[in-house]
Ligand binder design. Structure first.
Ligand code: AMP
Length: 414
Protein backbone atom coordinates (compact mmCIF):
# COMPACT_ATOMS: atom_id res chain seq x y z
CA UNK A 1 0.00 0.00 0.00
CA UNK A 2 1.28 3.47 -0.84
CA UNK A 3 1.10 5.76 2.17
CA UNK A 4 1.23 9.54 2.51
CA UNK A 5 4.81 10.77 3.01
CA UNK A 6 6.14 10.97 6.58
CA UNK A 7 5.13 14.16 8.32
CA UNK A 8 2.13 14.76 6.05
CA UNK A 9 -1.51 13.93 6.71
CA UNK A 10 -4.86 13.70 4.98
CA UNK A 11 -7.62 16.06 6.00
CA UNK A 12 -10.56 13.68 6.11
CA UNK A 13 -14.16 14.88 5.72
CA UNK A 14 -14.87 14.50 9.44
CA UNK A 15 -12.03 16.86 10.39
CA UNK A 16 -12.89 19.39 7.73
CA UNK A 17 -15.73 20.88 9.72
CA UNK A 18 -13.49 21.97 12.59
CA UNK A 19 -11.12 23.57 10.09
CA UNK A 20 -14.00 25.41 8.47
CA UNK A 21 -14.96 26.83 11.86
CA UNK A 22 -11.43 28.17 12.33
CA UNK A 23 -11.50 29.62 8.85
CA UNK A 24 -14.78 31.42 9.38
CA UNK A 25 -13.60 32.75 12.76
CA UNK A 26 -10.47 34.15 11.06
CA UNK A 27 -12.53 35.59 8.24
CA UNK A 28 -14.86 37.33 10.69
CA UNK A 29 -12.23 38.61 13.13
CA UNK A 30 -9.62 39.72 10.59
CA UNK A 31 -12.20 40.96 8.09
CA UNK A 32 -13.73 43.21 10.76
CA UNK A 33 -10.35 44.93 11.14
CA UNK A 34 -9.98 45.48 7.39
CA UNK A 35 -7.64 42.58 6.54
CA UNK A 36 -8.35 41.14 3.10
CA UNK A 37 -7.53 37.64 1.99
CA UNK A 38 -4.60 36.79 -0.25
CA UNK A 39 -3.37 33.49 -1.68
CA UNK A 40 0.13 33.20 -3.08
CA UNK A 41 1.57 30.28 -5.10
CA UNK A 42 2.65 27.09 -3.35
CA UNK A 43 6.17 27.47 -4.73
CA UNK A 44 8.35 30.49 -5.28
CA UNK A 45 11.84 31.32 -6.49
CA UNK A 46 14.26 29.91 -3.90
CA UNK A 47 15.97 33.28 -3.73
CA UNK A 48 12.87 34.82 -2.17
CA UNK A 49 13.33 32.73 0.97
CA UNK A 50 17.13 32.78 0.90
CA UNK A 51 17.01 36.57 1.01
CA UNK A 52 13.76 37.08 2.89
CA UNK A 53 13.97 34.46 5.63
CA UNK A 54 17.78 34.57 5.83
CA UNK A 55 20.56 32.31 4.54
CA UNK A 56 21.75 31.54 8.06
CA UNK A 57 18.39 30.37 9.46
CA UNK A 58 17.58 26.71 10.11
CA UNK A 59 14.63 27.03 7.74
CA UNK A 60 16.77 28.00 4.77
CA UNK A 61 19.79 25.86 5.65
CA UNK A 62 18.02 22.62 6.44
CA UNK A 63 14.28 22.63 6.04
CA UNK A 64 13.33 23.74 2.54
CA UNK A 65 11.96 21.53 -0.21
CA UNK A 66 13.90 22.91 -3.12
CA UNK A 67 13.88 21.60 -6.66
CA UNK A 68 15.00 22.49 -10.14
CA UNK A 69 12.16 23.42 -12.48
CA UNK A 70 13.84 21.60 -15.37
CA UNK A 71 15.00 24.86 -16.93
CA UNK A 72 17.76 25.64 -14.48
CA UNK A 73 15.68 27.73 -12.07
CA UNK A 74 15.62 26.83 -8.41
CA UNK A 75 12.15 26.74 -6.87
CA UNK A 76 11.08 26.07 -3.28
CA UNK A 77 7.82 24.97 -1.66
CA UNK A 78 7.01 27.90 0.63
CA UNK A 79 8.23 27.30 4.21
CA UNK A 80 6.38 30.46 5.34
CA UNK A 81 4.14 33.06 3.76
CA UNK A 82 5.38 36.48 4.90
CA UNK A 83 8.10 36.72 2.25
CA UNK A 84 5.66 35.67 -0.53
CA UNK A 85 3.11 38.25 0.67
CA UNK A 86 5.79 40.96 0.57
CA UNK A 87 6.79 39.81 -2.92
CA UNK A 88 3.15 40.11 -3.98
CA UNK A 89 2.91 43.56 -2.36
CA UNK A 90 5.81 44.76 -4.50
CA UNK A 91 4.86 42.87 -7.65
CA UNK A 92 1.32 44.28 -7.69
CA UNK A 93 2.30 47.84 -6.83
CA UNK A 94 0.39 47.80 -3.56
CA UNK A 95 2.61 50.67 -2.38
CA UNK A 96 0.24 52.91 -4.32
CA UNK A 97 -2.74 51.80 -2.25
CA UNK A 98 -3.64 53.56 0.99
CA UNK A 99 -1.20 52.28 3.64
CA UNK A 100 -0.98 50.07 5.51
CA UNK A 101 -2.11 47.30 3.21
CA UNK A 102 -3.69 44.68 5.45
CA UNK A 103 -3.74 41.09 4.22
CA UNK A 104 -4.49 37.68 5.68
CA UNK A 105 -3.99 34.16 4.39
CA UNK A 106 -4.70 30.54 5.12
CA UNK A 107 -2.04 28.54 3.30
CA UNK A 108 -0.02 25.35 3.38
CA UNK A 109 3.64 25.53 4.36
CA UNK A 110 6.37 22.97 3.91
CA UNK A 111 9.34 22.34 6.18
CA UNK A 112 11.57 19.27 6.25
CA UNK A 113 11.54 19.02 10.04
CA UNK A 114 11.60 15.86 12.16
CA UNK A 115 7.89 15.04 12.45
CA UNK A 116 6.28 14.79 15.89
CA UNK A 117 2.97 15.75 17.51
CA UNK A 118 2.23 19.29 16.34
CA UNK A 119 5.16 19.36 13.94
CA UNK A 120 4.63 18.28 10.36
CA UNK A 121 6.31 18.60 6.99
CA UNK A 122 3.20 20.02 5.36
CA UNK A 123 1.03 22.13 7.66
CA UNK A 124 -1.40 25.03 7.45
CA UNK A 125 -0.85 28.55 8.65
CA UNK A 126 -3.16 31.45 9.24
CA UNK A 127 -1.37 34.72 8.94
CA UNK A 128 -2.03 38.44 8.99
CA UNK A 129 0.28 41.15 7.68
CA UNK A 130 0.00 44.94 7.81
CA UNK A 131 2.47 46.47 5.38
CA UNK A 132 3.31 50.16 5.29
CA UNK A 133 2.89 51.33 8.88
CA UNK A 134 5.44 51.75 11.65
CA UNK A 135 2.82 52.73 14.23
CA UNK A 136 2.94 50.80 17.51
CA UNK A 137 -0.85 50.60 17.14
CA UNK A 138 -0.32 48.27 14.16
CA UNK A 139 1.63 45.84 16.34
CA UNK A 140 -0.96 46.22 19.10
CA UNK A 141 -3.83 45.61 16.69
CA UNK A 142 -2.20 42.48 15.26
CA UNK A 143 -1.40 40.99 18.67
CA UNK A 144 -4.93 41.64 19.95
CA UNK A 145 -6.40 40.12 16.75
CA UNK A 146 -4.43 36.90 17.25
CA UNK A 147 -5.42 36.81 20.93
CA UNK A 148 -9.07 37.28 19.93
CA UNK A 149 -8.85 34.55 17.29
CA UNK A 150 -7.29 32.08 19.74
CA UNK A 151 -9.95 32.97 22.30
CA UNK A 152 -12.79 32.69 19.78
CA UNK A 153 -11.83 29.17 18.76
CA UNK A 154 -11.17 28.06 22.32
CA UNK A 155 -7.37 27.70 22.36
CA UNK A 156 -6.60 27.71 26.07
CA UNK A 157 -4.69 28.26 28.19
CA UNK A 158 -2.39 30.57 26.32
CA UNK A 159 0.63 32.58 27.39
CA UNK A 160 1.87 35.58 25.50
CA UNK A 161 5.59 36.32 25.50
CA UNK A 162 6.75 39.68 24.25
CA UNK A 163 10.02 41.36 23.47
CA UNK A 164 11.71 43.81 21.16
CA UNK A 165 14.70 43.05 18.98
CA UNK A 166 15.51 46.65 18.10
CA UNK A 167 17.38 47.05 14.85
CA UNK A 168 19.81 44.61 13.23
CA UNK A 169 22.65 46.99 14.19
CA UNK A 170 21.62 47.03 17.88
CA UNK A 171 21.33 43.27 17.73
CA UNK A 172 24.82 42.84 16.26
CA UNK A 173 26.34 45.12 18.91
CA UNK A 174 24.46 43.33 21.66
CA UNK A 175 25.63 39.97 20.40
CA UNK A 176 29.25 41.07 20.69
CA UNK A 177 28.62 42.40 24.17
CA UNK A 178 26.97 39.12 25.22
CA UNK A 179 29.82 37.09 23.75
CA UNK A 180 32.35 39.19 25.71
CA UNK A 181 30.26 38.75 28.86
CA UNK A 182 30.12 34.98 28.39
CA UNK A 183 33.86 34.80 27.75
CA UNK A 184 34.52 36.74 30.92
CA UNK A 185 32.59 34.09 32.87
CA UNK A 186 33.71 31.14 30.80
CA UNK A 187 34.86 28.94 33.68
CA UNK A 188 31.41 29.04 35.34
CA UNK A 189 29.52 28.03 32.17
CA UNK A 190 28.42 24.55 31.11
CA UNK A 191 30.62 22.96 28.43
CA UNK A 192 28.00 23.03 25.67
CA UNK A 193 27.27 26.71 26.34
CA UNK A 194 30.99 27.52 26.30
CA UNK A 195 31.41 25.70 22.99
CA UNK A 196 28.67 27.76 21.43
CA UNK A 197 29.64 31.23 22.57
CA UNK A 198 30.51 32.30 19.04
CA UNK A 199 27.87 30.31 17.19
CA UNK A 200 24.82 30.97 19.34
CA UNK A 201 25.44 33.02 22.48
CA UNK A 202 21.65 33.47 23.08
CA UNK A 203 21.41 29.75 23.85
CA UNK A 204 23.07 30.45 27.19
CA UNK A 205 19.75 31.92 28.40
CA UNK A 206 17.98 28.57 27.87
CA UNK A 207 20.56 26.44 29.69
CA UNK A 208 19.37 24.25 32.55
CA UNK A 209 22.85 24.16 34.11
CA UNK A 210 22.95 25.77 37.57
CA UNK A 211 26.30 27.50 37.09
CA UNK A 212 25.22 28.94 33.73
CA UNK A 213 21.91 30.11 35.17
CA UNK A 214 23.71 31.91 37.99
CA UNK A 215 25.92 33.71 35.46
CA UNK A 216 22.98 34.59 33.22
CA UNK A 217 21.10 36.34 36.01
CA UNK A 218 23.53 39.23 35.58
CA UNK A 219 23.84 39.00 31.81
CA UNK A 220 23.00 42.10 29.77
CA UNK A 221 19.71 41.78 27.88
CA UNK A 222 18.85 43.13 24.48
CA UNK A 223 15.90 45.03 25.97
CA UNK A 224 18.37 47.05 28.07
CA UNK A 225 20.33 48.00 24.97
CA UNK A 226 17.54 49.22 22.68
CA UNK A 227 18.04 52.48 20.84
CA UNK A 228 15.83 55.19 22.44
CA UNK A 229 13.44 55.24 19.42
CA UNK A 230 13.01 51.48 19.57
CA UNK A 231 12.57 51.54 23.35
CA UNK A 232 9.89 54.21 22.98
CA UNK A 233 8.14 52.17 20.29
CA UNK A 234 8.21 49.11 22.52
CA UNK A 235 6.84 51.04 25.53
CA UNK A 236 3.98 52.23 23.32
CA UNK A 237 3.16 48.66 22.21
CA UNK A 238 3.16 47.52 25.84
CA UNK A 239 0.87 50.36 26.88
CA UNK A 240 -1.58 49.38 24.11
CA UNK A 241 -1.62 45.76 25.24
CA UNK A 242 -2.23 46.87 28.83
CA UNK A 243 -5.04 49.04 27.55
CA UNK A 244 -6.57 46.04 25.75
CA UNK A 245 -6.37 43.99 28.95
CA UNK A 246 -3.91 41.45 27.55
CA UNK A 247 -1.49 39.86 29.97
CA UNK A 248 1.97 39.15 28.70
CA UNK A 249 5.39 38.22 29.96
CA UNK A 250 8.43 40.19 28.94
CA UNK A 251 10.96 37.73 27.63
CA UNK A 252 14.20 39.37 26.51
CA UNK A 253 15.44 35.98 25.27
CA UNK A 254 12.59 35.50 22.83
CA UNK A 255 14.17 34.83 19.47
CA UNK A 256 12.30 33.66 16.43
CA UNK A 257 13.48 31.33 13.72
CA UNK A 258 13.36 33.92 10.97
CA UNK A 259 15.94 36.64 10.43
CA UNK A 260 13.68 39.42 9.28
CA UNK A 261 12.26 40.58 12.58
CA UNK A 262 12.94 44.08 13.98
CA UNK A 263 11.50 45.75 17.07
CA UNK A 264 8.38 43.95 18.39
CA UNK A 265 8.38 40.13 18.54
CA UNK A 266 5.82 37.95 20.29
CA UNK A 267 4.70 34.39 20.66
CA UNK A 268 1.58 32.71 22.01
CA UNK A 269 2.07 29.30 23.57
CA UNK A 270 -0.52 26.86 24.88
CA UNK A 271 -0.02 24.53 27.84
CA UNK A 272 -2.39 22.11 26.11
CA UNK A 273 0.40 21.33 23.65
CA UNK A 274 3.49 19.30 24.48
CA UNK A 275 7.00 20.15 23.37
CA UNK A 276 5.75 22.07 20.33
CA UNK A 277 3.91 24.63 22.44
CA UNK A 278 4.04 27.59 20.04
CA UNK A 279 0.60 28.28 18.62
CA UNK A 280 1.38 31.45 16.78
CA UNK A 281 3.71 34.37 16.76
CA UNK A 282 5.26 37.10 14.75
CA UNK A 283 6.43 40.64 14.98
CA UNK A 284 7.67 43.62 13.09
CA UNK A 285 9.82 43.20 9.99
CA UNK A 286 10.75 46.70 8.92
CA UNK A 287 13.67 45.57 6.76
CA UNK A 288 12.09 42.78 4.73
CA UNK A 289 10.59 44.73 1.83
CA UNK A 290 13.94 46.41 1.26
CA UNK A 291 15.70 43.03 1.28
CA UNK A 292 13.38 42.17 -1.60
CA UNK A 293 14.50 45.26 -3.56
CA UNK A 294 11.56 47.42 -2.46
CA UNK A 295 11.70 50.87 -0.90
CA UNK A 296 12.04 51.16 2.91
CA UNK A 297 8.65 49.95 4.13
CA UNK A 298 7.77 49.18 7.74
CA UNK A 299 5.54 46.16 8.32
CA UNK A 300 4.28 43.83 10.99
CA UNK A 301 2.50 40.49 11.09
CA UNK A 302 2.03 37.02 12.56
CA UNK A 303 1.43 33.42 11.62
CA UNK A 304 -0.43 30.75 13.59
CA UNK A 305 -0.45 27.02 12.98
CA UNK A 306 -3.84 25.52 12.20
CA UNK A 307 -2.93 22.00 13.41
CA UNK A 308 -1.56 23.37 16.70
CA UNK A 309 -4.75 25.38 17.17
CA UNK A 310 -6.82 22.26 16.56
CA UNK A 311 -4.69 20.23 18.97
CA UNK A 312 -5.17 22.87 21.65
CA UNK A 313 -8.97 23.14 21.32
CA UNK A 314 -10.99 20.19 22.43
CA UNK A 315 -14.49 21.52 22.17
CA UNK A 316 -15.08 23.11 18.80
CA UNK A 317 -18.79 22.56 18.24
CA UNK A 318 -19.45 20.65 15.06
CA UNK A 319 -22.79 21.08 13.38
CA UNK A 320 -24.46 17.91 12.10
CA UNK A 321 -24.39 17.59 8.32
CA UNK A 322 -27.82 18.15 6.82
CA UNK A 323 -29.70 15.84 4.48
CA UNK A 324 -33.20 17.04 3.67
CA UNK A 325 -34.18 14.26 1.33
CA UNK A 326 -33.08 10.73 0.60
CA UNK A 327 -34.54 9.30 -2.59
CA UNK A 328 -35.06 5.55 -2.23
CA UNK A 329 -36.28 2.95 -4.72
CA UNK A 330 -39.09 0.45 -4.24
CA UNK A 331 -37.63 -1.30 -7.30
CA UNK A 332 -34.94 -0.64 -9.92
CA UNK A 333 -37.52 0.67 -12.46
CA UNK A 334 -37.64 3.94 -10.52
CA UNK A 335 -33.87 4.66 -10.86
CA UNK A 336 -34.22 7.39 -13.50
CA UNK A 337 -37.12 9.07 -11.75
CA UNK A 338 -35.09 8.98 -8.52
CA UNK A 339 -32.11 10.56 -10.27
CA UNK A 340 -34.28 13.37 -11.66
CA UNK A 341 -35.96 13.98 -8.32
CA UNK A 342 -32.60 14.24 -6.53
CA UNK A 343 -31.28 16.67 -9.19
CA UNK A 344 -34.44 18.81 -9.02
CA UNK A 345 -34.39 18.81 -5.23
CA UNK A 346 -30.80 20.14 -5.18
CA UNK A 347 -31.69 22.78 -7.75
CA UNK A 348 -34.57 23.80 -5.48
CA UNK A 349 -32.03 24.34 -2.68
CA UNK A 350 -32.49 21.11 -0.73
CA UNK A 351 -29.69 18.81 0.41
CA UNK A 352 -30.59 15.62 -1.40
CA UNK A 353 -28.99 12.22 -1.95
CA UNK A 354 -30.20 9.15 -3.78
CA UNK A 355 -29.73 5.43 -3.43
CA UNK A 356 -26.55 4.39 -5.25
CA UNK A 357 -25.56 1.06 -3.74
CA UNK A 358 -28.29 -1.39 -4.75
CA UNK A 359 -29.55 -1.85 -1.17
CA UNK A 360 -32.82 -3.55 -0.26
CA UNK A 361 -35.63 -1.15 0.69
CA UNK A 362 -35.04 -1.95 4.34
CA UNK A 363 -31.33 -1.30 3.86
CA UNK A 364 -32.10 2.03 2.15
CA UNK A 365 -34.24 3.19 5.07
CA UNK A 366 -31.54 2.17 7.54
CA UNK A 367 -28.97 4.11 5.51
CA UNK A 368 -31.25 7.18 5.30
CA UNK A 369 -31.57 7.05 9.08
CA UNK A 370 -27.82 6.75 9.55
CA UNK A 371 -27.05 9.82 7.44
CA UNK A 372 -29.75 11.80 9.24
CA UNK A 373 -32.13 12.32 6.33
CA UNK A 374 -35.23 14.27 7.30
CA UNK A 375 -37.44 12.84 4.57
CA UNK A 376 -37.27 9.72 2.46
CA UNK A 377 -39.13 9.56 -0.85
CA UNK A 378 -39.59 5.96 -1.98
CA UNK A 379 -40.15 5.96 -5.72
CA UNK A 380 -42.89 3.47 -6.59
CA UNK A 381 -44.70 2.77 -9.85
CA UNK A 382 -46.66 5.17 -12.07
CA UNK A 383 -45.23 8.42 -10.77
CA UNK A 384 -46.18 7.75 -7.19
CA UNK A 385 -43.80 8.20 -4.28
CA UNK A 386 -44.17 7.39 -0.62
CA UNK A 387 -42.94 10.37 1.37
CA UNK A 388 -41.78 9.44 4.84
CA UNK A 389 -41.04 11.95 7.60
CA UNK A 390 -38.12 10.28 9.38
CA UNK A 391 -38.63 12.24 12.60
CA UNK A 392 -42.31 11.48 13.17
CA UNK A 393 -42.42 8.24 11.20
CA UNK A 394 -45.54 9.52 9.39
CA UNK A 395 -45.77 8.51 5.72
CA UNK A 396 -48.20 9.02 2.84
CA UNK A 397 -48.33 8.53 -0.91
CA UNK A 398 -48.00 11.53 -3.19
CA UNK A 399 -47.08 12.34 -6.80
CA UNK A 400 -43.32 12.43 -7.46
CA UNK A 401 -43.82 16.01 -8.67
CA UNK A 402 -45.28 16.99 -5.29
CA UNK A 403 -42.37 15.74 -3.17
CA UNK A 404 -40.26 18.89 -3.43
CA UNK A 405 -43.12 21.39 -2.90
CA UNK A 406 -44.27 19.42 0.15
CA UNK A 407 -40.81 19.47 1.73
CA UNK A 408 -40.36 23.14 0.92
CA UNK A 409 -43.75 23.92 2.46
CA UNK A 410 -42.69 22.14 5.65
CA UNK A 411 -39.63 24.43 5.73
CA UNK A 412 -35.95 23.52 5.55
CA UNK A 413 -33.75 23.17 8.57
CA UNK A 414 -31.01 25.66 9.04
P1 AMP B 1 6.86 30.33 12.34
O1 AMP B 1 6.58 30.67 10.90
O2 AMP B 1 8.01 29.38 12.52
O3 AMP B 1 6.93 31.53 13.22
O4 AMP B 1 5.62 29.49 12.84
C1 AMP B 1 4.37 30.07 13.09
C2 AMP B 1 3.43 28.99 13.61
O5 AMP B 1 3.28 27.98 12.63
C3 AMP B 1 3.94 28.25 14.83
O6 AMP B 1 3.59 28.94 16.01
C4 AMP B 1 3.23 26.93 14.72
O7 AMP B 1 1.91 27.04 15.24
C5 AMP B 1 3.14 26.72 13.24
N1 AMP B 1 4.20 25.82 12.76
C6 AMP B 1 5.49 26.12 12.47
N2 AMP B 1 6.16 25.04 12.02
C7 AMP B 1 5.27 24.02 12.03
C8 AMP B 1 5.35 22.63 11.67
N3 AMP B 1 6.46 22.08 11.19
N4 AMP B 1 4.22 21.87 11.81
C9 AMP B 1 3.08 22.42 12.28
N5 AMP B 1 2.95 23.73 12.62
C10 AMP B 1 4.03 24.50 12.50
Amino acid sequence: MIRAPRGTFDILPESHQRRKLLESAAERILGAAGYRRIETPTFEATELFARGVGEATDIVRKEMYTFDDGAGRSLTLRPEVTAPVCRAYLEHGMRKLPQPVKLWYLSTCFRAEAPQRGRYRQFWQFGAEAIGSDAPETDGELIVLLADLLEAVGVRPTRLRLSSLGTPATRAEYREELKAFLRAHEEQLAGDVRDRIDLNPMRAFDSGDAGTRAVMRDAPTLLDRLHPDDAEHFDAVRALLDEAGLTYELDPTLVRGLDYYTRTVFEFTSDALGAQSGVGGGGRYDGLIELLDGPPTPASGWAAGVERMLLATSELPTAPELVDLYVALANRDGARTAFELAVDARRAGLQAQQELAGRSLKGQLRHADRIGARYVAIIGDNGVATLKDMESGEEHDTGVGDVIPEILRAGTRT
